[in-house]
Design a protein around this ligand. Structure first.
Ligand SMILES: [Mn+2]
Length: 326
């Protein structure tokens, strides 16, 4: 515990002194850890340093443009560097999961300081924004490959530049990247990452919208996904990550709840809060937890009607309490 926090210059000095680097990203990889991991791979290999990216889970096909044509050498790593990983347990099952990490590059305020050195900025929108800083402060050349990686990472963590974490430095970084490489497929990437879905997922959304239950004068919305629909429409579990956001698309909804029935009859619940509500308190009532604006809990069993009714009732009670004390 207690990593030394270092700046961009020291981080680059440390990286330059490395060889045979294993870049570790988090399980269930997203655009930021993939973009960041591969950007660092290019930075290192451009310096003649052998590197590879290691992830517990496969890289989703939607990021094919980042990974295309890259084949990692098979080598025993001498140094480990993590990118966009707040906590050791987020590595998942990889051979290096318990080894000493020389450097962590991150942007999570919740970083547990598990690495020897930590180069981070908790105000940055994405690990890729931190990497942009590293490059700028050290005069590292921005190649086309790196530009694509960093753009994908910043776009991912800001919800395509919609969330409040998209700061002036984020837009400055994207501006610099677009100026340097105006012909990268930005619009296509945005469409692939944030709009396109499988036909099955589209049909699933249509069915989910029929399940909406509204309460508390339309401030609470709940959707329910029976497991049978997943098999009927051939929708993979990794395709339903975003459904928690569906109820939040209704005007006036402050609390959005999605209930996903699992194969074994248990339920996974995701909650989202609008401007004022706090869903972590609701999740805690059911033994779950998370953030104020995004939380979750689970139910081991029960009839779907009863589970949904309990959630709606508790959410309504908590919202009333929160509004009274606000
Ligand atoms: Mn991130």
């Amino acid at each position: 515990m207690g990593a030394a926090e270092i700046g961009a210059k020291a981080a680059f000095e440390q990286l330059k002194a490395m060889q045979d680097v294993c870049i570790m990203i988090h399980r269930s990889p997203d655009g930021d850890c993939i973009g960041g991991g591969y950007a660092l791979y290019h930075i290192l290999t451009d310096l003649g340093i052998r590197a590879k990216v290691v992830c517990a889970d496969p890289i989703p096909a939607v990021y094919h443009e980042i990974t295309a044509g890259i084949v990692f050498d098979d080598f025993e790593p001498a140094y480990l560097v993590s990118v966009d990983v707040a906590d050791r347990k987020l590595f998942g099952e990889i051979p290096q999961q318990d080894d000493e990490i020389a450097l962590c590059i991150d942007h999570h305020i919740s970083n547990t300081h598990y690495a020897e050195n930590l180069y981070w900025n908790p105000d940055a929108s994405a690990a890729c924004e931190v990497l942009f800083c590293l490059m700028q402060e050290n005069g590292i050349p921005m190649t086309r490959e790196i530009a694509l990686c960093l753009y994908a990472g910043m776009a991912t963590d800001t919800g395509c530049f919609r969330f409040s974490n998209a700061g002036a430095d984020t837009f400055a970084a994207v501006s610099a990247i677009k100026r340097a490489y105006p012909d990268l497929p930005y619009a296509r990437l945005n469409r692939e990452l944030f709009v396109l879905k499988s036909r099955g997922r589209m049909m699933l959304d249509a069915r989910l919208m029929q399940t909406v239950q509204l309460t508390a004068d339309g401030k609470i919305a709940l959707i329910y996904l029976p497991y049978a629909w997943m098999t009927e429409l051939a929708v993979g579990a990794d395709e339903t990550d975003g459904i928690a956001n569906l109820p939040m698309e209704i005007i006036g909804v402050e609390i959005g709840i999605s209930v996903k029935q699992q194969e074994d009859g248990s339920y996974r619940v995701s909650m989202r809060a609008g401007e004022t509500a706090d869903v972590s308190a609701i999740a805690q009532r059911f033994g779950g937890g998370g953030h104020v604006k995004a939380s979750g809990c689970s139910f081991a069993e029960g009839e779907p009607e009863a589970v949904c009714a309990a959630l709606l009732q508790t959410a309504a009670d908590m919202l009333k309490m929160q509004e009274e004390t606000a």
